[in-house]
Design a protein around this ligand. Structure first.
Ligand SMILES: Cc1cc2nc3c(=O)[nH]c(=O)nc-3n(C[C@H](O)[C@H](O)[C@H](O)COP(=O)(O)O)c2cc1C
Length: 173
């Protein structure tokens, strides 16, 4: 049986979409079925054995679409293995050490019994949507701090865990 994984993500400026794409591609290479969807377009989880949910941080919180998804689907999420990721820091800190989840994500982690949370570095470029974002870039606070090696390694580990889950038979063999 091939396990089917949903990689759901929120985004404003699309850099988190590229993180989600990398995760999806790695899972497929690992022999899993993986769908990548904008979280606001996800209505049903029935078809999925596991979920990876990610969101950028804006002013210390996840994107609204991701927060609402967790509220809307908390029961269905709690019944599946779920991994969470945040993208945000515009400096190398996320590649250098583990950054804990912000308070609301920590609460979500507990509510849906998520297996793990990781914070990846973020990205902010000149073509960002909002005036505030572009002002930050002009002030030298932008850049691309996504570490695709780190992201791929994380996805590989999830793939291995999911393969392990199916390898374990009900009698524990
Ligand atoms: C107005 C604004 C507020 C931000 N707030 C945070 C924050 O609180 N914590 C953080 O780590 N990153 C913060 N960031 C960085 C974003 O999370 C980062 O640029 C992220 O990669 C954006 O993802 P997206 O391109 O998918 O929208 C902020 C960026 C902007 C423009």
């Amino acid at each position: 049986m091939t396990l089917k994984v949903l990689v759901a993500y929120a985004t404003k400026n699309w850099s988190t979409a590229e993180i989600a794409r990398t995760i999806t591609e790695v899972l497929r290479k690992e022999g899993l079925e993986a769908d990548m969807r904008l979280v606001r377009d996800v209505h049903e989880l029935q078809a999925y054995d596991a979920v990876i949910l990610g969101s950028p941080l804006y002013e210390g919180r996840w994107h609204k679409d991701a927060r609402q998804f967790v509220k809307r689907k908390s029961e269905a999420l709690a019944r599946r293995p779920v991994w969470l990721f945040s993208s945000g820091p515009l400096d190398p800190s996320a590649s250098e050490g583990k950054i804990p989840p912000v308070a609301s994500v920590r609460r979500a982690l507990i509510r849906i019994h998520a297996k793990e949370h990781v914070t990846f570095g973020g990205c902010l470029s000149e073509d960002a949507q909002s005036w505030t974002a572009r002002t930050l870039v002009k002030a030298g606070k932008g850049g691309d701090f996504r570490d695709f090696k780190q992201i791929s390694a994380w996805a590989q580990r999830i793939g291995a865990t999911l393969h392990g889950d199916i390898a374990v038979q009900p009698d524990g063999s």
